[in-house]
Design a protein around this ligand. Structure first.
Ligand code: FPP
Length: 264
């Protein structure tokens, strides 16, 4: 928890609440690099269609883009990325695409794990792992275990993830644990989410020009900054990442409060 007067040093104390408020991460109000960047990697299908390729070719190009972004983010001292790779709603896509995405996920873990580990990437999975195939469950479990002590950058792969499903899972577990109504607080709910040990995202980047949240980290992004770019995910370049970071640094984060003008 950070206090608001730490975030926005004020001249007039009367304007400043001393109540702790939840903040996406512990950081000051000066220009800063976001600790936690969440990305909705959209536009793979359009990228492929424009090239008269099957949609899966777009997703493969999306994986290549993700590899690059992890390296650039690491160069920029970003602590953690959360990427939306397969939503609980994506099961409704044509069978061939769903199967292709499942295979691609599994193959990518198999082919990239060693390098990610060497590069100090800590992998985590966010979502309903139990509904994925045993092969994927094992590959994910092994990769999380292998990389658990890595500290260079965290990569949280949201695969079979849905923000509403996450809240349903949390509520079920809270009830199963016999929690009484008076013990239900924001902190308690947060402690039942897949992200229980993680800071909230500071910024959500969405590619391909859409302006939707799409069930992504609904609870955790309550106060995240939002950045949308028309660039399709496979075309997302270092300059796109830097533009998002620059935009973030110009934001004034108020967390529902008001910032105090310097003449008051
Ligand atoms: C959205 O583009 C993208 C997805 C639903 C999948 C994203 C997946 C990857 C980047 C690759 C898989 C990830 C890993 C970690 C192996 P879209 O298909 O909705 O594009 P469109 O809106 O242009 O059709």
């Amino acid at each position: 928890m950070t206090k608001i007067n730490h975030l926005f040093p004020a001249q007039g104390k009367e304007h400043v609440s001393t109540q702790p408020i939840p903040v996406p991460s512990e950081q000051s109000a000066q220009a800063q690099t976001p600790r936690h960047v969440a990305i909705i990697m959209d536009g793979n299908g359009r990228w492929a269609t424009r090239r008269h390729l099957p949609r899966l070719a777009g997703h493969k190009a999306g994986v290549a883009s993700l590899r690059r972004v992890v390296e650039w983010a690491s160069d920029e001292q970003i602590e953690m990325l959360s990427v939306y790779a397969f939503s609980t709603e994506n099961w409704g896509r044509p069978r061939i695409e769903v199967d292709g995405l499942m295979r691609l996920f599994w193959e990518t873990i198999r082919s990239d794990l060693e390098k990610l580990h060497r590069d100090g990437v800590r992998l985590r999975h966010l979502g309903r792992l139990q509904d994925l195939s045993p092969d994927i469950q094992k590959a994910v479990g092994d990769s999380v275990e292998l990389t658990r002590n890595n500290t260079r950058i965290g990569l949280n792969v949201c695969f079979n993830y849905g923000g509403r499903a996450e809240l349903v899972d949390a509520v079920r577990q809270i009830i199963a644990d016999g929690r009484s109504p008076d013990t239900i607080t924001e902190e308690l709910i947060a402690s039942y989410l897949y992200t229980r040990d993680l800071p909230d995202p500071d910024i959500v980047i969405r590619t391909a020009g859409e302006m939707r949240v799409s069930n992504f980290l609904l609870w955790q992004t309550a106060y995240s900054e939002y950045y949308a770019t028309p660039t399709l995910w496979p075309d997302f370049g270092r300059e796109d990442l830097l533009a998002a970071l620059d935009s973030y640094r110009q934001r004034q984060r108020r967390f529902g409060k008001v910032s105090v003008p310097s003449n008051q």
